[in-house]
Design a protein around this ligand. Structure first.
Ligand code: GTP
Ligand code: SPV
Ligand code: MN
Length: 589
């Protein structure tokens, strides 16, 4: 039974169904009964495994194909009509060529299978700033994950009415043929085609594909921004909440920062941190002229390894019910899950992420480094009261950050908005397991959007600069952080995690004009006395001074990398950024 009379939806669905030729078509209404029916089916085929109902109620384990465990950037394309519009940082394919090429792969790909038609909303259903999507998929795993990550169900069609304003997503696991794996975006058609993968970021089309790649393009045209950012609120002892959005590349600490638990001395004083979002922010200028941010998602697709009672208790608590675990260890003794960094007791009677019997003494990893949990946001003990507020929250500060063993100090503040855009544009970070390819290689990742910007990065920077012009003195202050400076033995110097609140406090103090700072070549760096290290066992002021240091020689080396990167943009490099680079060069002389 179709769930809508919307002609645009029906025509498109008919067309896609004629292409992929499933045996059956099921419209997802979002009801618990229908989801339960699908879970039963997926359990019967082994697609998901039900976990211990007492210890992990409503939780399931799924394993993807061992060759299909992360985003595939080299197979991800922006199919704008003009090649130039995809820019030098994206793979481009001509849209007609892409539709033809993928059309052949999709042709009959769902024979013998069921096509599920998923209506979903990014943002609370019916809010003026929310956007609708429809995903057609042959994977129950995708349906169940979309049910956690988005607002899914027939109400989305009710809110959509007769409108043509929805994103069309087509996904088939097809044969998982790596040579024919494509994640194609057609920003001018509001369309996404994804084939031959079953991994989250490639197939949960509401997430990176829509909420970042398509939405960043929409945002440029409509005057707002779609960013790879967490959103959190810091509540001070007086009960005032200041909101911060922060962009870090994949697996660089967004989920952890978004739901951090304040250090004891802060908790005693009455500080609280509220999580609005952990991965994506849709940001626009509100009626008061300030920037307001909404989290368009409804759940967390978080990195499992390293998540534990100490590093991120709120994330762990979020995964204790109604969660889908992907590519973690299955503990057969009590039918629960485990991953590296959960605790020091790996199960001995266990199956690893590949589905093989696993011995923790073997030295191999039991969980894939990019294994993930899909957990409902509502489970999070510190979820913000503003989570469902379609208007969003007003931003006091924007923070950029990456994984840098050296060079970038613990924190610094940009001089002004344009300088802040420059700081975001020169971000660099060590690659992680969130995408296929080498891990630990430093690459430029402007605004943490390198893999997610749906149009020309030069135009994207221009858009940032124009947003600043509109904001004027109401613009949030822009900062950069780096939790990942290492010592000579390669150990992280800064304790990180909950203690990152100490840095957020400095950031908020700066926004309120409460503390001074040292002006350096790159921007304002804290005086060591202004970062509270009280109660930090074994961390000294010397160490703090060390990680606040701006090493001019390292930064001079950095210049070459920035110039090389900027050169790719030719005359699309905003002149404001070229000027900022000149200033930095002069400052380093
Ligand atoms: P995506 O979901 O891929 O976008 O990742 P993310 O940015 O949300 O990263 P996440 O918070 O899941 O952290 C990724 C990894 O970084 C985990 O292994 C964490 O344990 C580690 N990490 C997070 N915060 C810190 C920190 O402050 N210090 C250190 N040393 N590691 C951290
Ligand atoms: C990321 O890689 O930034 C993620 C996970 O948040 S994915 O949904 O796979 O993109
Ligand atoms: Mn992410």
């Amino acid at each position: 039974m179709t769930l809508t009379k919307n002609k645009h939806v029906l025509t498109w669905v008919d067309e896609m169904i004629a292409l992929v030729k499933p045996d059956e078509v099921v419209w997802i209404d979002g009801s618990e009964e229908q989801l339960e029916e699908l879970r039963k089916q997926a359990m019967s085929t082994g697609e998901i495994i039900k976990l211990n109902e007492e210890k992990l109620p409503g939780c399931y384990l799924h394993r993807t194909d061992p060759n299909d465990v992360a985003r595939v950037e080299h197979r991800t394309f922006i199919c704008s009509r003009k090649e130039e519009d995809a820019g030098p940082t994206n793979n481009w394919m001509d849209p007609q060529e892409a539709y033809t090429k993928l059309g052949k792969i999709f042709d009959g790909a769902m024979k013998g299978r069921t096509a599920y038609i998923i209506p979903y909303s990014m943002g609370p259903i019916g809010s003026p700033f929310s956007k609708a999507g429809v995903e057609i998929t042959d994977s129950i795993y995708v349906v169940l994950n979309m049910g956690i990550m988005t607002r899914m169900g027939k109400e989305v069609f009710e809110a959509l009415g007769d409108s043509n304003d929805f994103v069309r997503g087509l996904h088939s696991k097809a044969t998982l043929d790596e040579e024919n794996k494509y994640i194609c975006h057609f920003p001018e058609d509001n369309t996404i085609w994804s084939v031959n993968s079953g991994y989250g970021g490639n197939v949960l089309l509401g997430k990176k594909c829509f909420a970042l790649r398509i939405a960043s393009y929409q945002g440029k045209n409509e005057g707002w921004m779609a960013e790879h950012m967490l959103i959190l609120g810091v509540e001070n002892p007086q009960g005032e909440v200041k909101y911060i959005a922060a962009a870090f590349p994949s697996a660089c600490g967004k989920t952890n920062l978004a739901m951090l638990i304040p250090p004891e001395i802060y908790r005693e004083k009455g500080y609280k941190v509220w999580c609005v979002g952990d991965d994506i922010a849709w940001i626009r200028i509100g009626p008061d002229g300030r920037l307001w941010a909404v989290n368009p998602e409804n759940g967390f697709f978080g990195v499992a390894p390293g998540t534990n009672e100490k590093s991120n208790p709120n994330a762990l608590a979020s995964t204790r019910q109604g969660t889908i675990f992907t590519n973690v260890v299955h503990n057969l003794d009590d039918n629960t899950v485990w991953w590296e960094g959960l605790d020091k007791n790996p199960p001995t009677n266990a199956i690893d992420w590949k589905g093989d019997k696993w011995d923790p003494a073997s030295g191999t990893k039991g969980a894939h480094p990019n294994s993930r949990f899909t957990a409902p946001a509502k489970n999070c003990p510190c979820i913000s009261s503003e989570f469902d507020n379609g208007k969003g929250v007003p931003l006091t500060a924007i923070v950029f950050g990456g994984r840098r063993a050296k060079t970038a100090p613990l924190v610094y503040q940009s001089r002004d908005w344009e300088n802040g855009v420059f700081v975001g544009s020169i971000m660099a970070s060590e690659t992680t397991a969130a995408a296929t390819g080498a891990v630990g290689v430093v690459r430029r990742d402007p605004m943490a959007m390198l893999p997610f910007c749906g149009y020309h990065m030069g135009d994207y920077w221009k858009h940032w600069i124009e947003m600043g012009e509109k904001l004027g003195d109401k613009a949030p202050k822009i900062f950069n952080v780096n939790w990942f400076r290492t010592d000579d033995e390669g150990h992280f110097i800064w304790p990180g995690f909950g203690d990152n609140l100490r840095v957020l406090e400095w950031i908020i103090n700066r926004c309120e004009g409460k503390v001074d700072a040292k002006e350096t070549a790159i921007g304002y760096v804290p005086n060591a006395d202004d970062i509270n290290i009280e109660g930090l066992d074994g961390f000294t002021k010397d160490q703090l001074e060390g990680i606040l240091e701006v090493d001019k020689d390292l930064w001079k080396n950095e210049i070459a990398g920035i110039e090389e990167f900027y050169a790719k943009f030719g005359d699309k490099l905003p002149k404001e950024l070229a000027k900022e680079l000149d200033t930095l060069k002069n400052n380093l002389k």
